[in-house]
Design a protein around this ligand. Structure first.
Ligand SMILES: [Zn+2]
Length: 175
């Protein structure tokens, strides 16, 4: 195993991200295997996760399917996830969650998509991870989309409180 992979894996145990990944994998009843210096939990149950894989520390979680099935659709998947494992190491573990969240928000503002200009996904390789390449949009357009989404959320919550569906509420307001 390459020495950077060994250092990464030691770092991710020390910064507690790999232990966190292990807990999630065990909780989701994943089947463990080791591939290319990564601990892979296959067929893991992860509620609300629609991605083909998710990496926590040096643990790659593959929901609902085996690694072979996921790689049949996305051949570069494990290489992509291995780069995320390096990101967990250089962000010193848990701060990666916050940094990734900010990068995801920025990407959404600039492209309407969580990966297109997310620095961590770009570094991990968008094509390797099976992400389509999309156009970016001007920041002002992203901000307007965010305001519209927040408005829809607030009007939806208001409609729920008053017992009416959101669409009816919007029509009432003449939107
Ligand atoms: Zn990724």
């Amino acid at each position: 195993m390459d020495s950077t992979v060994v250092l990464r894996n030691i770092g991710n145990v020390a910064n507690l991200s790999t232990p966190l990944g292990l807990l999630v994998a065990i909780g989701g009843r994943g089947r463990f295997t080791v591939v290319d210096g990564l601990l892979v939990a296959e067929s893991v149950t992860l509620r609300g996760v629609t991605a083909s894989a998710m990496t926590i520390g040096s643990v790659v979680l593959v929901p609902r399917q085996t690694l072979a099935e996921a790689r049949a659709r996305i051949p570069g998947l494990l290489e992509h996830e291995g780069r995320h494992a390096h990101q967990w190491a250089y962000c010193l573990g848990l701060p990666f969650i916050a940094a990734y969240g900010v990068a995801t928000g920025w990407s959404w503002l600039r492209s309407g998509d969580r990966a297109t200009v997310n620095v961590f996904e770009m570094q991990a390789g968008l094509a390797l991870g099976g992400y389509p390449s999309r156009e970016t949009r001007p920041l002002g357009e992203g901000v307007r989309a965010l305001v519209a989404a927040a408005g829809a959320l607030v009007s939806g919550a208001g409609a729920r409180r008053s017992g009416r569906p959101a669409a009816a509420s919007a029509a009432d307001a003449g939107v």
